[in-house]
Write a protein that binds this ligand. Structure first.
Ligand code: MEV
Length: 459
C-alpha cells in the first residue's frame, strides 16, 4: 500500500488559535461565524429563543466545545468531522488515528437501509384463554388492512423512496403480551415522530382485531437493521513508534480486543471509547445521542453477552480494524433540521444523507477505538490526556487568551497537574514582562511536593 502525503496529518490546524481555525473554516467551507451558520455557537440573544423552542422551561444554554477532527480519508474523500464533546483528548485521539489510517488508504465504509421499527403491545384479561400464538397469526393476516391505515401518514415518506416495509406479530409468553412490529424505511429522518404517529394510528384497529387492550405503542431504539460499518487496513510497520514495534504492538491490540470481546467489564469501557466519537458527532449534528447509544449497547449484547463493538485481525502483515453497529443518525427533522450549529456541522461534512452520516460515524468510532487501544497497549493514555488537562487547569486558575497555551505548555513541562502549581506558574508568568511570555520557565522553584503528579481535581 502506498503511503499518502504527510500533509493529511494537518498538524498546522491544531496549532492555530481558535480564532484562526474559525477563519480557516470560513475560508475553506464558507461558514459564517459572525451571523448565520454558527450563530448558535456564540453567546447571542437569539440563542435563548432557540433554547426556548427546543425544550420546555428553558433557562439558558450549556455550551459544549465544538471541534473538528481533520485528516479523515473515508471512501477516498478527505473529510473533517465536527465533534461536540467536553472530554479533552477525544478529538485529538480521533485526528491522530485518522491521519495514521489516511496515509494507508483510509476507511472503507458501508451502510444498510434506514429501516426503523415501531411496536404495539396488546394485553388480555386473565380469563381470556384463547391461543395467543394463533391470535398473532390472525393479526399477521390483517397486514394489508393495517398497512392501508398507514398509507396517508406515510405518503410523503413513500414519495421520497421510503415508507412501509412490513410487519410481524408475535406472542411473548414471558410478559404475556402480543407484540406487533412494524418496519418503516425513514430515509434521512431518525424516524421517532413518524413511527410513533403510525403506531398510535394502528391502535384502535389492532384492539378491535385482537379484542385485547393496547398497552403501549412506540418505536424501538434497537435499530438493528439500520447498520453502518467501517474498516481500515494498516501495514504492521506503520504501527511502530518509539519502543513499540509493529508486530508485537498489533498482537497486543488483538489481545486487548479479545479481552473486550469476552470480558464485559472491559467491553463497557472499550465501547464507551467508541461512543466518545460517535456521540460527539451525534451531538454536533443535534442528533439523539441517547437513542444512538442505546442502539449501540443493545447491539453489543445481541447474543446475550455484552461484547466489543469493534474487531481486529492480522492479515498478511496488516492490521485490519472493523466495526459495524446500528447508527440511527438523521440529517433532517428534529433538532437536526433547524439548529444552526447542526446545519453548520452538516455543511462541514459536505451535507451527507443519513446513511452517509452513519458511515462517517462508523469510521469515527473505529478511529477513536483504534487510538484508545493502541495507546493503552503502548505508552498508555495519561501522558497525552494530562497535557490537554493542563489547558483546563490554566483556564481554571485564571489564565486567559494567549496566557492559556503558554501556561499549558509550562504546566506540562513541569509535569505537576494541580491548581496550586498552575497558580504559581501563572504568577511567575505575570511577573515576567509580557514580552517574556514563551521564555523558559523559572518554575524549577515551583514546589513539586504533591504526592501524586496527577491532580485530584482531574476526576
Ligand atoms: C476514555 O474516555 C475512553 C477510553 O477509556 C476508551 C478505552 O479504554 O478503550 C480511553
Amino acid at each position: 500500500m502506498k503511503p499518502r502525503p504527510q500533509s493529511m496529518d494537518d498538524p498546522g490546524f491544531r496549532k492555530l488559535t481558535i480564532r484562526q481555525r474559525r477563519a480557516v473554516l470560513a475560508e475553506d467551507q464558507g461558514l459564517d461565524f459572525s451571523q448565520g451558520d454558527l450563530n448558535a455557537t456564540q453567546a447571542r440573544d437569539e440563542i435563548l429563543d432557540l433554547a426556548d423552542v427546543m425544550v420546555e422551561t428553558a433557562i439558558g444554554i450549556m455550551p459544549v466545545p465544538l471541534g473538528i477532527a481533520r485528516g479523515f480519508l473515508i471512501d477516498g474523500r478527505q473529510i473533517s468531522i465536527p465533534m461536540a464533546t467536553e472530554e479533552p483528548s477525544v478529538i485529538a485521539a480521533a485526528s491522530f488515528a485518522a491521519a495514521q489510517i489516511a496515509r494507508y488508504g483510509g476507511f472503507t465504509t458501508w451502510g444498510h437501509k434506514p429501516i426503523m421499527t415501531g411496536q404495539v403491545y396488546v394485553v388480555f384479561p386473565p380469563d381470556d384463554h384463547r391461543n395467543k400464538e394463533t391470535l398473532a397469526e390472525e393479526l399477521n393476516r390483517h397486514e394489508p388492512e393495517l398497512a392501508k391505515i398507514l398509507q396517508p401518514i406515510l405518503e410523503p415518506m413513500t414519495r421520497r423512496g421510503g415508507g412501509y416495509r412490513g410487519m410481524i406479530a408475535a406472542w411473548l409468553p414471558e410478559s404475556e403480551t402480543l407484540r406487533l412490529h412494524v418496519h418503516l424505511d425513514v430515509r434521512d429522518a431518525m424516524g421517532a415522530n413518524l413511527i410513533n404517529t403510525c403506531m398510535e394510528a394502528l391502535k384502535p384497529r389492532i384492539a378491535a382485531i385482537t379484542r385485547g387492550e393496547i398497552l403501549m405503542a412506540i418505536l424501538t431504539n434497537r435499530a438493528d437493521q439500520r447498520l453502518a460499518g467501517a474498516r481500515f487496513v494498516l501495514p504492521l510497520h506503520a504501527l511502530s513508534r518509539g519502543d513499540f514495534h509493529g508486530m508485537p504492538l498489533a498482537q497486543r491490540i488483538l489481545r486487548a480486543w479479545r479481552v473486550a470481546d469476552t470480558d464485559p467489564a472491559r467491553a463497557v469501557t472499550h465501547n464507551k471509547g467508541i461512543m466518545n466519537g460517535i456521540s460527539a458527532l451525534a451531538l454536533a449534528t443535534a442528533n439523539d445521542t441517547r437513542g444512538i447509544e442505546a442502539a449501540a449497547h443493545a447491539w453489543a449484547a445481541r447474543d446475550g453477552h455484552y461484547r466489543s463493538l469493534s474487531s481486529y485481525r492480522i492479515d498478511h502483515e496488516n492490521l485490519v480494524g472493523e466495526i459495524e453497529l446500528p447508527l440511527p443518525l438523521a440529517t433532517v427533522g428534529g433538532g437536526v433540521g433547524f439548529h444552526p450549529a447542526a446545519q453548520a456541522a452538516l455543511k462541514i461534512l459536505g451535507n451527507p444523507d443519513a446513511q452517509g452520516l452513519a458511515r462517517f460515524a462508523a469510521a469515527l468510532g473505529l478511529a477513536q477505538n483504534f487510538a484508545a487501544i493502541s495507546a493503552l497497549t503502548g505508552e498508555g493514555i495519561q501522558a497525552g490526556h494530562m497535557r490537554l488537562h493542563a489547558g483546563r487547569l490554566a483556564f481554571a486558575v485564571g489564565a486567559r487568551g494567549p496566557e492559556i497555551p503558554e501556561l499549558q505548555r509550562r504546566i506540562a513541562r513541569e509535569g505537576v497537574f494541580n491548581r496550586a502549581t498552575a497558580q504559581a506558574i501563572l504568577g511567575e508568568m505575570r511577573s515576567e514582562s509580557p514580552s517574556a511570555s514563551g521564555q523558559p520557565s523559572t518554575s524549577g522553584q515551583t514546589p513539586k511536593s504533591d504526592s501524586a503528579k496527577q491532580s485530584q481535581e482531574d476526576g
